[in-house]
Each structure stands twice: as structure tokens, then as C-alpha cells.
Ligand binder design. Sequence first.
Ligand code: PLP
Length: 394
Amino acid sequence: MKNSLIKREHDSIFQTYKRLPIVVDHAEGARITDVEGNVYLDFLGGIAVNALGHSHPKIIEAINNQIKKYIHLSNYFYQEPQVLLAEKLKSISGYDRVFFSNSGTEANEGAIKLARRWGYDKEKTHIIGFTGGFHGRTYGTLSLMDKPLYKEKMGPFLPNMRMLQYNNIQALIGEINDFTCAIIIEFIQGEGGITSAENEFIDKIFDLKKKFGFLVIADEIQCGTGRTGKFFGFNHYDVSPDIVTMAKGIGGGLPLGAILAKEELAKVWEKGMHGTTYGGNALACTTGLVVLEELDNGLMTHVSETGHYFTNMLKRIQKEFPTLIYEVRGIGLMQGLLLSFDANELVNALLEKKIITNAASGKVLRLVPPLIITKDDVNELIDTLRQCLNNFNK
Ligand code: PLP
């Protein structure tokens, strides 16, 4: 079964993904079981998506209830799950309006369009992204990213988009001016290797914002929805961005993204200016609501506590292997280990021992488990890491 399915995949699907050699049978909580009965501990969480883990009973119940009513209607109709989720997001975030999309890249694409529309009459058209950022795979988002593999021979990209060095205050000066329409930033970069923005860097961006009057778009697709122990990654800083984009965790495993903005900004889009067929799909919104309710009902505190424990345990293991682990990075349940060697080697070693992780930015082992992970799960990872690193030391 395993080998034949892998071969059929190779024969029938675009070969764009480097998949793990696992054919999944089912998954529950933080465990994934393959067709041969092997059980894996999941520290990838569907790439920071499965906030409540796999097959959470409340997610299943919400889907079952909604499926009996309707699955898809389109945005020609008023649908209660969308409204409920939007209201909940408003009350948690303090923003006034929500636009639902299907994915992260679409949320960012929409945010760029919203910013450009806002800036048009002011002749503000320049959008700025930062090195190491990841915003998606569409043209707008790729135009703001410095990932050669994702862009090679697929240009030209969009005009008036430029990239500055992350965490480099000097790089901002001179490059940001009256023509700057918006900057897009991950306060904690995910794909970029779990790198947090420095306070001084953020302060400088917001100083320049006061001077030149551009918009700040916070890409909260990976670091948002409670992953860092606060609802948004930017909640660790004393600022409020103009536009916030969400996806991944917010859908609880179903495809969902969102753009959040204050009324003043949201109203620059009038009827018909932006839209999507599936965005805000009822099933995805129902599961989104479950995620937000669980975060309210103690999950956020759990992330914060487990996150502290996780950080301490990772720091302890770093002390044991200082020549192999240079740095422990991240907040809450968004952690990374900067290694002295290619992180894929450690990913493979952990996989042999039935723990699923992945590599970000070459030398960083990325750890973004489901938010329901327990201290026992953390201990299991740490013990296994120790075994693997001991082998690397030899
Ligand atoms: N922004 C960030 C910070 C991400 O981590 C990702 C995906 O990894 C995206 C945007 C793109 O999201 P999607 O793959 O849903 O389009």
C-alpha cells in the first residue's frame, strides 16, 4: 500500500513538494498514524495550522452540525457562521471589519490591494517587504520576498515593490519616503527561521510611519491565532498595525484566511472591488469559531505555560550541545533551534525516531506543534532530541 501510493503520487501529481516518506492513515491530537501502524508525534502541526490538533471532537462536531445545514453557498448569501466568526475576531482584536479569504497568500494579496487602493489618490504606491519574510506564492506576495527558488525564471514581478533588510534600522532610512504606501512584516518570521523583529526596529518603523503616513500590514498568518501565547505576534510589541492578515491556525484545519482593518481603511473598498467564491466558507468559519472559543477557554494560557516550559527545556538542551545548537529562538509554541549544521539532517534523525519536525531557512529546526501539545509531549521531543544529538556528536 505505502510504496504503491507513493509511486502513484509520483506518476500523477505535479512534483513540486518534497514530501515526508509517510502515508497517513489517520491522525488524532498530536499523533499521526501511518498505514503501517507507525505512530508519530507531530511537532509540525500541518505547518502551524492544526491549532487544536487532529480530529478534535469539537471541530468534528461543528463540521457535522454545519454540513447538515449547507456546505457552500457563495458570498451572494448572508451566512451566520461568517458573521459569528467576524464578530468574535472583532472583539478579540479590536479591529472593526473582517474580509475572509481561503488562504494566507490571498489574505496578503488582498491586504496589498487594499493598501494600494488607500494610497492611490495620495500617489503612494510603493510597498516594502523584508528579507527572510514569507508571505505566499502569488505574484503580489512573491514580489515582496527574497526567495530565489520560489521566483526563478517566473518574473517579471510587480513594480513598485522593494525589499529591505529585516532588523536593519539603517536600511529603512532613505528607502521609506512619501511614496511609501505600506510595509508588510512578520513580527516573528516563520519560514525565515523563527526570527523575531527587534524592538528598536519596530519602533523605528512606527516612527517613520508617523512621519510619512504609510500603512503597516502585520502578516500574522503563522505567528497569530494564539501561537505565541498572545493572540497576535505583534501583541508582544507596543504597536497597532493598520492591517492584519491571518490564515493557518484560524481555520482549525480548513482553508481560511482573513484581513482585519479599522473602519476608516475598510471603507476604501466599495461593493464589488474585492471578492472570492469560497472565502468565508461556512464550514471553515464554523471551525474557526471553535478555535477562538477554545483559545478563550484556557488554550491561550496553556500555550503560554507550555511555551515557557518548552523554551526552558530547549535552552537546557542547548547547554548540553553548545557546539551543535547555537541559539534557541521563538516564543510560545513557535520555536526554532539554530544549528551548526543542515537542519534537515536532524529532521531526518527525529523522523527515524517517529517525531515530525521540519527545517526553516537551512539551519533552523522549526517546532510549531498543535497548540494542545502537553509537557509530556515536550519531554518526549527533548529526550529524542538528546538521543539524536548524541549520535551527531560522535
Ligand atoms: N504568510 C506567512 C507568514 C506564512 O507562514 C505563510 C505560509 O507558510 C503564508 C503567508 C502563505 O499562506 P498560504 O500557504 O496559506 O497561502
